[in-house]
Design a protein around this ligand. Structure first.
Ligand code: URP
Ligand code: ZN
Ligand code: ZN
Length: 464
């Protein structure tokens, strides 16, 4: 007797889509029985269960794994990202994501342990499972020693920035990467050139160019390319430390990743729906509308979008995460007369799965390809596989029933993110998640959260 049986679905497995029934026991996938029946043999029944779900006409996807979120993230002057772990993970659940890995941030004078405790406190109300990356804001002996403690706490990846207040210089980057190579961890990197952006920003503002569109002009693609190249060179010198370049937006950066990968360097690349689906024409919107798309790096050209899709198809980009970091339109108005004061970040935690399965299919990617980009690969790279990110016996029963025929126009009012707009207003997707299951329990159904609050579990991640 199982806890749950899902019958008649099309299971999206790593080996392809199969017509099969799936049984859950104790929160794990306990059995998978293909429905195809060899001629002359009896059908094999999966058996009985307490709860039954009929997935006729639906795809059964592995629950989405979003490895780039900023929930409850303090920015400055008391400003924080608009979604906390409750609202953000409810939105994630409804949108088909069952695990998030959020960026905990070391305070400039604080320790990594303190930051982890703070973030675990924030995450108490989480409604999907969650892990943490640890952002390093200060490089000294204490931090370097604490990196090992993080590993024993199940935090096996770090984040470094080349911009913003917590940016590291080249010596610090080298030091962290060398330490990470020694520990076997993975360092994720935000790549942009700080000095060039600072110079261009000052110049633009002095010329009276303060509108949101100048955000993009202040940080062109070569800023990203230079920083990606620099990090790859430093990583190669620092004992070939593995690096993961977050939110790639353009050819100028990805070309260096392709070159490094072709020479066997361990470098992994992520992009996000906004860079695949939206372009820099958003900055030409009237009034202050462009501020909704002020994120770093900024939206790029249509040619860059095309390059990113190709990089997905040729295997250079392995992960599509969101960089979900919303601020309300009101909050963005802090930068009404100065684009550089606009809080950076956009939406996506709820929209990602629908957007990527819809647009990805149009790009010729298979269901299995898309499940790898949105679940399996991030779970593997960040030490959660095979518990997370796949449909196989023994894995957590984190599943999404995806209705490929549920054509939906995304608007702010159908979403649950705690923010007053979506970057994808008016985008029509071919299908939509109809149900989300976390460790065998239905937590979202027909765009409503139906789970128990605060049931998300902290995932202690293995070394990748
Ligand atoms: O603009 C963005 N992306 N804000 C979130 C923080 C970051 O850079 O990832
Ligand atoms: Zn970033
Ligand atoms: Zn980010």
């Amino acid at each position: 007797m199982y806890d749950l049986v899902i019958r008649n679905g099309k299971l999206v497995t790593e080996k392809g889509v199969i017509d099969a029934d799936l049984a859950v026991l104790g929160g794990k996938i306990a059995n998978i029985v293909p429905r195809s029946q060899a001629p002359g043999t009896d059908a094999v029944s999966i058996g009985d269960s307490a709860e039954k779900i009929d997935a006729e006409g639906k795809y059964v996807l592995p629950g989405g794994v979003d490895v780039h979120t900023h929930l409850d993230m303090p920015l400055r002057d008391g400003l924080k990202s608009a979604d906390d772990f409750v609202t953000g993970t409810i939105a994630a659940a409804i949108g088909g994501t069952t695990t998030v890995v959020d960026y905990a941030c070391q305070e400039p004078q604080g320790s990594l342990k303190e930051a982890l405790n703070v973030w675990k406190g924030k995450a108490k109300g989480a409604c999907v499972d969650y892990g943490m990356h640890m952002t390093i804001a200060r490089v000294d002996d204490e931090t370097l020693s604490e990196m090992a403690d993080m590993v024993s706490q199940g935090v096996t990846s770090f984040k470094i920035y080349l911009v913003y207040d917590m940016r590291l210089n080249d010596e610090e980057i080298y030091t962290v990467l060398e330490r990470s190579a020694h520990l076997g961890t993975l360092v994720t990197v935000h790549c942009e050139n700080y000095g060039v952006i600072r110079y261009r920003t000052k110049k633009l503002l002095a010329e009276g160019k303060a509108d949101p569109k100048y955000h993009a002009i202040s940080r062109p693609d070569r800023c990203e390319g230079e920083a990606v190249n620099r990090v790859l060179q430093i990583a190669a010198m620092a004992d070939m430390a593995p690096v993961y370049i977050v939110h790639n937006t353009c050819r100028e950066g990805v070309k260096y990743i392709e070159e490094a990968r072709s020479m066997g360097q361990p470098v992994f690349a992520e992009t996000c729906p906004q860079y695949l689906l939206l372009d820099d024409s958003k900055y030409e919107l009237p009034g202050f509308e462009g501020a909704k798309y002020v994120m770093s790096p900024p939206l790029r050209s249509k040619a860059d979008q095309e390059y990113l899709w190709q990089a997905i198809k040729n295997g250079t980009i392995k992960v599509i995460a969101t960089d979900h970091c919303p601020f309300t339109f009101e909050e963005k108005k802090i930068g009404l007369h100065n684009f550089s004061a606009i809080p950076n970040g956009g939406t996506g935690i709820e929209e990602r799965i629908a957007l990527m399965y819809s647009e990805g299919r149009k790009q010729g990617l298979s269901y299995t390809d898309l499940s790898k980009l949105t679940a399996t690969n991030p779970a593997k790279l960040f030490g959660m596989y095979p518990r997370k990110g796949t449909i196989r016996i023994g894995s957590d029963a984190d599943l999404v029933l995806y209705d490929a025929d549920r054509k939906t126009t995304i608007t702010h009012d159908i979403l649950h993110e705690n923010v007053d707009y979506t970057c994808y207003e008016g985008v029509t997707v071919d299908g939509y998640p109809a149900m989300t299951i976390l460790r065998g329990k239905v937590i979202a159904k027909d765009r409503a959260f139906v789970g128990e609050m605060g049931k998300g579990q902290f995932i202690r991640r293995d070394l990748p």
